[in-house]
Design a protein around this ligand. Sequence first.
Ligand SMILES: [Fe+2]
Ligand SMILES: [Fe+2]
Length: 183
Amino acid sequence: MPDTPLIQTATRWVLEKYPQNSRHMTNSLEWVDRIGSGSAEAVRIATLTHDMERAFPGPDHPVWNGDEDYDYYVAHSNRSARIVGEWLREQNCAGDFVGAVESLIRVHEFGGWPEADLVQAADSLSFLDVNVDLFLGYAKSGKFRVDQVRAKFIYSHDRIRLPELQVIAKPMMDRALDRLNAL
Ligand SMILES: [Fe+2]
Ligand SMILES: [Fe+2]
């Protein structure tokens, strides 16, 4: 899908502020364009920026302990929504649009309605597409336990709410688990 000026500006923001994992962010946008072709700008912007709070350390920055922790995901999602919302207002985006993006980012770990399910699926598929090596590295280094990394791979597949997209994620999860078992 052609990039709008706002998508271009947001992509530059992501690349500049979040170089550690910008590949996952831009790859999530590629996934949402594949699975939700023609999606609204709010869906595409939410997908491209969904994890941005991790680029902005601060006292309210939630720390992930490696477990599938609902409270952590809520805090992470709400903080990302706030930071992206502030940035969109600085870009002079309309209030309705900002609100729509914030709502989608607030549930990007969970889904909840058709557009939110697309954002969540794109995040999950992108995780299994480009973040597996990062998490295998965490298991190797001992930063997180093997069982925590295994749970993350499984969760990334299981949480997808659209059955036809879970089918796409299944071989990706299986490959990641095989690689983890081979460590
Ligand atoms: Fe996230
Ligand atoms: Fe993500």
